[in-house]
Design a protein around this ligand. Sequence first.
Ligand SMILES: C[S@@+](CC[C@H](N)C(=O)[O-])C[C@H]1O[C@@H](n2cnc3c(N)ncnc32)[C@H](O)[C@@H]1O
Length: 250
Amino acid sequence: MQDELLESHAAEAWEALAQVYAASRQVSADQLIEWPAQLKMCGAFQGKRVLDVGCGTGDKARFFAEHGAAEVVGVDPSQGFSQNWKGHPDCSNLCFALGSFENLATLPAVASRNFDLIVCFQALMYAASLAEAVQMLRSLLAPGGELVISVPHPFRFAILRNEIEGWGHGRAYQQTAPYRYPSPWKEDVLLEHAMPRISDYINAIAATGLRIEAVDEPAVTEQFRLIAPEKAVWMDRYVGILILRAHLDE
Ligand SMILES: C[S@@+](CC[C@H](N)C(=O)[O-])C[C@H]1O[C@@H](n2cnc3c(N)ncnc32)[C@H](O)[C@@H]1O
């Protein structure tokens, strides 16, 4: 019941955020720091079958499709973001589906197949169950496949809850229950999700038998400080993101 409430809260919040989020992409930490780091972690994706879960605007899925992936499926539960998918040029190796971690395996574009590269950027914390979502992603990987997961750095929420609730950073970091906070893109829209620690993400991946190959915590670049000084201040305060790459041994 609590899981369903969380799921419907996240869905509503993202309907309200979809267009403002899409419009903020041009000069963003995502475009200038996160996406280059996520892409690097994906390695060579040319010729691969790619699944992007929680794809949002679909721009990253489209990038994979336009730069040599064999085929790409983007999945997101937001009707608001699906408006952006319609704007994409016809790309025969790219398709999108409305769906979520919770119903992934039932989607015709995903069911009964597997993928060489599964990416999940800044979305896994919305899963009703972290363990079940990672297990589901694992089950869709082809032997030898890679899973690249990018999440807000868990320190970020410890810092935020220290500021909002006054808890010590250590205490705040250890609170993994769902927490509701103002979205950075539109403060009057509240986002809510579980607060996994670094160990929770690592253990959820390790429990599936996947082997963690690399971890990254991309830092603010000098170029970013010049182009987006206010966003650099935000990153300096809240750390940024955590990226993990895991491999399914053949
Ligand atoms: C911060 S956006 C990230 C979008 C995109 N991956 C990117 O990197 O720009 C988070 C996305 O997670 C999606 N989301 C929320 N709940 C989800 C769920 N239960 N399953 C899959 N995606 C979900 C939202 O609709 C939203 O598009």
